[in-house]
Design a protein around this ligand. Structure first.
Ligand SMILES: [Zn+2]
Length: 274
């Protein structure tokens, strides 16, 4: 439905659903934080490409969506609860298994985010192994999708609070709170961020991360209700309260996204024989 609404030009649906994942400042911040998790010699190579990586980390929401439309849009989320209720036991780990379970039409409705991350990791590794300069683009795009995977509202059918009386929460949370405070949060997160680690089974690690991120969606929707008690949605009082209620969650999600991204980059780098 979101895509139909987008095509029809019903603005808020586009603006508040999948058009943006985190905000324009958040993806580049995740890039910079991820670089800081890398071992020194790898860090040097990535740091040299910081500007490009930052730019590419936002392109899936702009350039790619413009070019590929709906095909791109479904790469930015996976509505886990569209498949089943938590704790997601027996959740299909591959795209084929997902199609087998609920059919292609529904898989495309609920999104394909984890499989896109796995594809970009393979592409990054291949580009690195071939000495292809395009590795920077692959690494930057990967940064975007990994970031999206840690945005709890990208994992639920109630992605905009439209089913629970919190309509508009997606944008209020991502833009008015997370993006607006990103510079401050980046410093706080960077202060004691863990190191990147080699990932043995990325598919499994990814799904574990998704399942761990999912409860955050309920927490954000609850925070919206609390913030509405402080002020009208969009007001400073509301934003301050929403920020206070989700501060810990935001820092945890951005930190974990950055460490995961650094770990995937590192694993690709080593896997490519670097
Ligand atoms: Zn996105």
């Amino acid at each position: 439905m979101r895509y139909v609404a987008c095509l029809l030009g019903i603005g808020w649906v586009c603006a508040t659903s999948t058009a943006h994942a985190w905000g324009d400042r958040t993806h580049p911040a995740i890039v910079r934080l991820a670089i800081s998790t890398l071992p020194e010699e790898v860090e040097r190579e990535f740091r040299r490409q910081t500007r490009k990586l930052e730019r590419f980390s936002n392109e899936p929401d702009s350039v790619l969506r413009e070019r590929e439309g709906r095909v791109e849009a479904i790469r930015h989320f996976i509505d886990l609860d569209g498949y089943m209720s938590p704790p997601f036991e027996g959740f299909p780990r591959t795209y084929d298994k997902a199609v087998e379970r609920i059919g292609k039409r529904k898989v495309e409705k609920y999104g394909v985010l984890p499989w896109v991350i796995l594809r970009f990791e393979r592409q990054l590794r291949k580009a690195l192994a071939a000495g292809d300069e395009d590795w920077v683009r692959q690494a930057g795009y990967l940064a975007h999708y990994v970031g999206d995977a840690y945005q709890p509202l990208h994992l639920t059918i109630d992605y905009d609070g439209q089913l629970s009386g919190s309509k508009g929460i997606h944008r209020r949370f991502e833009n008015d709170v997370v993006d607006a405070r990103m510079m401050f949060n980046e410093r706080r997160i960077g202060f004691d961020i863990p190191e990147a680690l080699l990932v043995e089974d990325l598919r499994e690690k990814l799904f574990t991360a998704l399942f761990a991120t999912y409860p955050g969606s309920t927490a954000i929707l609850a925070a919206d209700k609390t913030a509405r008690g402080a002020g009208k949605p969009g007001s400073t009082a509301y934003n301050d309260k929403l920020e206070a209620e989700t501060d810990e969650l935001i820092r945890r999600q951005i930190r974990d996204a950055s460490v995961m991204l650094g770990s995937i980059w590192l694993t690709s780098w080593r896997g490519a024989g670097k």
